[in-house]
Design a protein around this ligand. Structure first.
Ligand code: HEC
Length: 139
């Protein structure tokens, strides 16, 4: 095939592949957390924004003293910006205020791991991650 004929074919193939690749990463990630939560406990009955809010605002004793809660860095208002102890501004976590958030599952996982360790002194469970994400997606 000459390059001139290969290009339209390639473009068509890409156009057909893209919608599949772009299928709602937020819902996919929530579904994966739900599957893991169900595997951990057969009593799992769905995520709860109320539990997610509690997780976000509660003070924990197991992590770093300067960051006892998610709100230590993310601020008390999910729709407003936060600030880390080092002074770095963090954009709002609420989806309504930061529509580009939670579209990169690897980024979400990376920060859950790091931040849950900072705040709780351990990784968050799939149930906790799903609850927290459900809370933020509804804010
Ligand atoms: C020590 C400061 C700090 C604390 C405490 C903290 N975070 Fe974060 N968090 C950040 C920073 C910095 C980022 C990355 C910057 C950004 O995404 O704007 C981030 C990003 C995230 C992201 C990724 C968001 C995205 O757009 O994909 C998630 C999820 C998250 N945090 C969850 C939590 C949860 C849950 C807690 C409480 C258990 C928490 N964070 C506590 C500083 C913190």
């Amino acid at each position: 095939m000459k390059p001139t004929t290969a290009l339209p074919v390639l473009t068509l193939a890409l156009a057909m592949a893209l919608p599949v690749a772009a299928a709602s990463p937020r819902e996919d990630q929530l579904a994966a957390y739900a599957a893991a939560a169900r595997a951990a406990s057969p009593a799992f009955a769905g995520f709860s924004a109320t539990r997610g809010k509690t997780l976000h605002t509660q003070n924990f004793a197991g992590g770093k003293p300067e960051s006892p809660a998610c709100t230590s860095c993310h601020g008390n208002d999910p729709r407003g910006a936060g600030r880390t102890p080092a002074g770095k501004v963090v954009e709002a976590m609420a989806l309504s205020a930061s529509p580009a958030r939670y579209t990169d599952p690897a980024k979400v996982e990376k920060w859950f791991k790091r931040n849950c360790n900072e705040v709780l002194g351990r990784e968050c469970t799939p149930l906790e991650k799903g609850d927290w994400l459900t809370f933020m997606l509804g804010q």
